[in-house]
Design a protein around this ligand. Structure first.
Ligand SMILES: [Zn+2]
Length: 512
């Protein structure tokens, strides 16, 4: 069959032939020459018997050959990841225990990796693994998310429900940059991965990861360097390598490091700006330097490196302002505590009828045509996992991307050109995940062995949860950052010591 331009349309021809054979057979239009057609009718019966016996023999031979192949094929030994935390491994000159490094690049929006400005991070992901994006927890803010990465818990479980919020139980306010609250362990629930690792007998090192130096139970990392602003990335790289170069009995097996400069640039000039692009190049070089230094020490088969971020960034240089005092009228003066931002958690004075003002807000949200939502603990979207904690204000106003809350006094003066904190389903809020090391080599080997195995391809849906592209990069589907705790615990070989988390049981099993 040919189309109007005379090109052969093979698919259509085959399809039409099938239809004609099935539907128009009796009209005598023979389409296929079969063996039956060239054998005289008298010889057909004997011929059919011979065919039957031959077919049976072939089937028996095939069954004899393929059954063991199928049986053993399905049990073919896949590459096995070696997660023994105490086993000694040699880099050629020294003995090492399994070591994992997690680095957070604050505010690295997932789509930044597609700007062509991070060749090294992309190259590392090609050697290892990258996710399309990593979904932060709500609210998409630095402190709630860094603690979610550390503990595998949503904000309602780990208690850091914002960068600043009021706690009615202790009648005090948490503020992320006040040492008296952010270093006070009583605020921080859940078990960070370094506490689990220390419990399991591992040495750990914390380079400025947002969180307290000591947990509620009194656990602290072996090495701890507190937050300081404007620390050059070169200094952080050198510190990480100093730890790696320690003698075996002093060397940390879990290293956590934090870098804030990209987030600071994003706030200052917005996600689409020369400054962000420049700093993006600098953090990319930081990633390369870490990778190169590990390679120079022949450690790429011993040390796993996981690069993550806490959230993305959206342009807020010209938001449409929503004036909360205009909406609330007299109720604005009755606000005792306002949490969050760019969302607002509202606590009204007990002297006023907060139900009345809740209804005022609901009516304003309905009239706004989707510019913002108003939630209580009962109406909060379940996917936020942001209700079961009294630290979460009883009324939460959540603007959509493109909108921002302010009042007539502030008049938007506090807003930077870029911001985050919005709905965690927004792709601009999504974080990145890039990892490389012995574990990713095993993952790739498993994927290749699975894909090359006919029966596995036949029996299972290929590429479940990820796909490989032509240039051999494995891109995982977007996943929630509460899974990271379990990844690191698995890499360190200390799963038997793992604390309970909000991560999905067995989430990483399909990759190992
Ligand atoms: Zn952040």
């Amino acid at each position: 069959m040919k189309d109007s331009e005379g090109h052969l349309k093979l698919g259509a021809a085959a399809e039409t032939a099938e239809e004609r054979k099935g539907l128009l057979w009796e009209e005598g239009e023979e389409l296929y020459t079969t063996e039956d057609d060239i054998i005289p009718p008298s010889a057909r019966s004997a011929h059919r018997r011979r065919c039957c016996i031959a077919s049976l023999l072939i089937a028996l031979i095939l069954a004899a050959v393929l059954t063991p192949a199928l049986y053993y094929g399905l049990r073919t030994s896949r590459p096995v990841a070696d997660f023994d935390s105490q086993k000694l491994r040699s880099n050629g000159t020294h003995m090492f225990k399994k070591t994992s490094l997690i680095v957070s690049i604050d505010g690295l929006r997932a789509s930044y990796l597609d700007r062509g400005l991070t060749p090294h991070l992309v190259a590392i992901s090609k050697k290892g693994l990258r996710a399309k994006s990593m979904r932060p927890i709500f609210p998409t803010l630095t402190f709630p998310n860094h603690w979610a990465l550390m503990t595998g818990l949503y904000a309602e479980s780990h208690g850091i429900v914002g960068n600043n919020f009021w706690d009615p139980a202790s009648r005090s306010e948490f503020h992320y940059n006040r040492v008296e609250s952010c270093w006070n362990s009583s605020w921080w629930y859940g078990e960070p991965m370094w506490e689990t690792a220390e419990r399991a007998g591992l040495i750990t090192a914390n380079l400025m990861w947002p969180g307290p130096p000591v947990t509620r139970t009194g656990s602290e990392p072996t090495y701890f360097l507190p937050w300081r602003n404007n620390v050059p990335m070169k200094e952080k790289h050198d510190q990480i390598m100093e730890w790696i170069d320690l003698p075996l009995e002093k060397r940390p097996q879990l290293i956590m490091a934090y870098e804030p400069s990209l987030d600071q640039a994003g706030h200052l000039t917005g996600p689409v700006s020369d400054l962000v692009n420049r700093v993006l190049g600098e953090v990319d070089q930081f990633a390369k330097d870490i990778h190169d230094s590990l390679e120079a020490r022949n450690l790429t088969d011993i040390v796993d490196v996981v690069f993550v971020s806490d959230h993305g960034m959206t342009d807020t240089s010209h938001p449409e302002w929503l004036y909360i005092d205009d909406i609330l009228g007299d109720g604005f003066k009755a606000l005792e505590h306002v949490d969050g931002w760019p969302s607002m958690g509202l606590r009204f004075s007990s002297k006023v009828n907060s139900t009345f003002y809740h209804n005022v807000l609901l009516e304003a949200a309905a009239a706004s045509d989707g510019k913002f939502d108003v939630f209580t603990h009962d109406t909060m979207p379940r996917r936020f996992h942001f209700a079961g904690n009294e630290r979460i204000a009883p009324i939460y106003v959540v603007p959509k991307v493109g909108y921002a809350l302010t009042d007539r006094v502030e008049n938007g003066t506090g807003m930077s050109k870029g911001n985050h904190g919005y709905d965690n389903a927004e792709t601009s809020m999504h974080a990145m995940f890039v990892a490389h090391g012995p574990f990713s080599s095993v993952i790739k080997a498993i994927q290749k062995s699975d894909n090359s195995h006919f029966f596995k391809r036949f029996l299972s849906r290929p590429n479940k949860g990820w796909h490989s592209t032509s240039n051999d990069t494995y891109i995982m589907e977007t996943f929630q950052n509460v899974e990271i705790y379990n990844l690191m615990i698995k890499l360190l070989g200390i799963e038997s010591s793992a604390a309970p988390t909000n991560g999905t049981k067995g989430f990483w099993d399909k990759y190992f």
